[in-house]
Design a protein around this ligand. Sequence first.
Ligand SMILES: NC(=O)c1ccc[n+]([C@@H]2O[C@H](COP(=O)([O-])OP(=O)(O)OC[C@H]3O[C@@H](n4cnc5c(N)ncnc54)[C@H](O)[C@@H]3O)[C@@H](O)[C@H]2O)c1
Ligand SMILES: O=C(O)CC[C@@H](O)C(=O)O
Length: 525
Amino acid sequence: MPKVLISDKLSPAAVQIFKDRGIETDVKVGLAPDELKAIVGQYDGLAIRSNTKVTADILAAATNLKVVGRAGIGVDNVDVPAATARGIVVMNTPFGNSVTTAEHAIAMMFALARDIPQANASTHAGKWEKSKFMGVELTGKTLGIIGCGNIGAIVADRALGLKMKVVGYDPFLSAERARDLSIEKVDLDTLFARADFITLHTPLTEATRNVIDAKAIAKMKKGVRIINCARGGLVVEEDLKVALESGQVGGAALDVFKVEPAKENGLFGMDKVVCTPHLGASTSEAQENVALQVAEQMADYLLTGAVTNALNMPSVSAEDAPKLRPYMKLAGQLGSFAGQLTEHALKAVKIEFEGHVATLNTKPLTAVILEGLLKPMVEAVNMVNAPVLARERDIDISESRNERDGDYHTLVRVTVVTEARTRSVAGTLFGGDKPRVVSIKDIPIEAELGEHMLFVTNQDKPGFIGALGTLLGSHGINIATFHLGRSESGGDAILLTQVDQPISDKVLEEVRKLPQVVQAKALSF
Ligand SMILES: NC(=O)c1ccc[n+]([C@@H]2O[C@H](COP(=O)([O-])OP(=O)(O)OC[C@H]3O[C@@H](n4cnc5c(N)ncnc54)[C@H](O)[C@@H]3O)[C@@H](O)[C@H]2O)c1
Ligand SMILES: O=C(O)CC[C@@H](O)C(=O)O
């Protein structure tokens, strides 16, 4: 009988589901890392919220663990690559607490507008400071939403109901989706310039970390009020403190902090700061939703092998798996390649299967392509939810299959249409199982993808390759493989090189300054 450990406070509904399905369950909340490490080896499943840190060290001791189930959205407390490396499935519950978290953001906005926490404390202290607390109305004010996914969209809907104007910044929000949400899609600087209130609803990624810093705050309206119910690392707390002291920021409501649990923080005790201890998902309804969902998903996996909402595992039946495995890798690489090159809202994705691959069940391949494509934009994307997420974002997905061989015995082509351009990338399998990219932007090339890659589009003129090699060499970057392609002599050319060290932003900037370079991107696979 499988055994599950629940190591964070979950609704009792989860225990009941595990028991009903014949899974032995222990509940041990508040274990220190060493205590968890000492016992985790006994369990097949680990059910958590955000308190338990599932580090590589814990996973190394989890010798029987098959699945980690996160009752919630963010999995930043789980070392997913380490779990993947150990074959441990990590699942989350992407929608169960969205309404609750959106409501918390709205509650925080009201708290800021009317100084409710401060007025409450003052009234309890018997002060009756009626003239001290002069609020502002929300009606007619502009709310700027950064990150218009599940939660951001619900916040927009509620704010519109409050008669606010809503502007949204989300590089992956299409014009159609913005229209459906009745919000105005703007760039970040415009949002900063126009918003009276700003609320954050993005995952914490390298692109969103520190999105609210001194430079950003300087672009905002004086007296702007900022709400963060997403992740602490989105806001530079020291810069926010300075801006609150100067009055540039009129108030901040924070549910999340750079370091959690936040027992000490430079913002604590400030007059215009409202804080809650990561309560965004804390309603009985949301906790019931996520607990039920995570327990069902984990039980399904442990008892039947069925996979739902996994972040690190494709869901494929045992029979199809061996045939699809090399194609899964190829599809994931092509999707990821296209996703990393995408800088504008996606409108459509066209996937073409040609030759041998078209004779197989291509559904999982499409899902893996979409997963790779959306990964730079959406935190909790996996091959199960990627098609749904793409549809929700009004991305038109079309798939075509042609069993006749073309130039290759088997070929997958991914064409991405954004608001700015159409771009395609295609790949095949060499020797039946080795993925190779064979065309980018319709320019033939032949390349194997590795961990750190540099992709350059350039004008086909003498001197460029030497200059690039010298530049990389001067930064101690070793070239592992080097692939070139061009449309015609003197026309557009592309270069894809695998390097042994990651390409830093600084090096990338220097590459972009080389005279013949049109576009340069550091990619990782
Ligand atoms: N406080 C809490 O208790 C609590 C509860 C649930 C979720 N969260 C946090 O809220 C976040 C959002 O959740 P969700 O369910 O709406 O996720 P989601 O994936 O549905 O939406 C995130 C949105 O952010 C957008 N985005 C990605 N990169 C961006 C960028 N650089 N700039 C602007 N937008 C960008 C994506 O396109 C997407 O639309 C989660 O990542 C999680 O960390 C917090
Ligand atoms: O479990 C919680 O209380 C917080 C959950 C939230 O941060 C999430 O990402 O879902």
